[in-house]
Design a binder for this molecule. Structure first.
Ligand code: GLY
Length: 351
């Protein structure tokens, strides 16, 4: 078992990574649920695959488990689903010593965390990630929230889980493209801070990210969360590839998946600011089942950047690669970034 501790004082918790953990969940959850009641939150697909097993594991240890489910997909990350979860918690009723348990990917984890942060002004919750993306990124660090029609993650709170239990066996049922979405985040950690991790993954790791590599990604995220829990500075490095990636997702009408968009976003950043690594990065993305060609106009992507919620005034903070394993934050006028993107497109058209 790999264990990564997140020492955040009275909000400290462990991320445990081991094959078979789902059926042994009670061993780790029970001490954290003194009230012995839990609300399992999951989408319908994940619940059908793993809900019963987790319920049985907890019930056998004396925890009374209720469940609430919702349709899979980003559309469920809404105020309506959030209310449904709160109503289910009140029907149990969950109280102070009880817990929410998020079984699923990023949508489920973010929704459950936000419900836990606000129900009774905050009760405990645990994460059981079922996607690689949730295992290496969204289940750790305490960002929770829901979308509004006006944009993604516009309502939320920082609320740390009390435990993250990652059983890599659960990731084997993912579609290859969903697993690859998580690989984009793993490669991102390599580009940001760890050339050795990048070299391990660059030949292709579809369904083969090891427990040690998962733990390494979590450690890298943990380290930046410890420096900047509330996302005011260094944590923004985690946005590598995301600013342009979000613009790509949005201008494709969400036809380009999150991981694919982040990979393309990283590649564009490399081509614009660090061409020396662009070829290696493109080969790594290809080997990991991620696209390297954008079938969209960069002018359209540049246009979508004007709607980025992280822009402050006319400026945007980009994460700029300097070499594999080192990046920096750079504040630039949005108009300058848009011009750069349009110039890449113009160059390609002339070539
Ligand atoms: N997923 C980026 C962050 O947690 O800050």
């Amino acid at each position: 078992m790999q264990t990564v501790s997140v020492p955040l004082g009275e909000r400290a918790y462990d991320v445990r990574i081991a094959s078979g953990l789902l059926d042994r969940a009670a061993e780790y959850c029970l001490p954290l649920i003194p009230g012995k009641r839990a609300l399992l939150v999951s989408d319908q697909t994940v619940y059908a695959l793993y809900g019963q097993r987790l319920t049985e594991a907890l019930t056998a240890a004396g925890v009374r488990v209720a469940a609430v489910t919702f349709p899979p997909g980003e559309a469920s990350k809404s105020l309506a689903t959030y209310e449904k979860i709160l109503q289910a918690a009140a029907a149990v009723p969950l109280t102070g010593g009880d817990a929410f348990v998020a079984l699923g990917g990023g949508v489920t984890g973010d929704l459950t965390g936000f419900a836990a942060a606000t129900y009774h002004r905050g009760i405990r919750f645990m994460q059981v990630p079922t996607t690689l993306l949730a295992a290496v990124d969204s289940s750790v660090g305490g960002k929770t929230g829901v979308n509004l029609p006006a944009g993604k993650n516009l309502v939320g709170a920082f609320w740390q889980p009390r435990l993250v239990l990652c059983d890599p066996d659960l990731l084997q049922t993912l579609a290859p493209a969903r697993y690859a979405d998580g690989l984009a985040e793993c490669l991102k950690y390599g580009v940001l801070w760890d050339e050795a991790l990048f070299s391990q993954l660059e030949q292709g790791a579809l369904f083969r990210v090891t427990e040690e590599q998962t733990a390494r990604c979590v450690e890298l995220k943990r380290d930046v969360v410890l420096l900047d829990e509330r996302d005011g500075g260094q944590r923004q490095l985690l946005n590598l590839g995301h600013t342009i990636g979000h613009a790509i997702e949005q201008s494709s009408g969400y036809a380009v998946s999150h991981g694919a968009a982040v990979g393309l976003g990283m590649l564009l950043m490399a081509r614009l600011f660090c061409p020396a690594i662009a070829g290696r990065l493109a080969r790594a993305l290809e080997a990991n089942g991620l696209p390297t060609q954008l079938h969209l106009s960069l002018t359209q992507v540049a246009e979508a950047l004007t709607q980025d919620k992280k822009r402050v005034g006319g400026e945007i903070t980009l994460v700029v690669p300097q070499q594999i394993g080192q990046c920096e934050l750079r504040k630039l006028p949005v108009a300058e970034v848009q011009n750069l993107l349009c110039s890449v497109e113009a160059k390609e058209e002339m070539a």
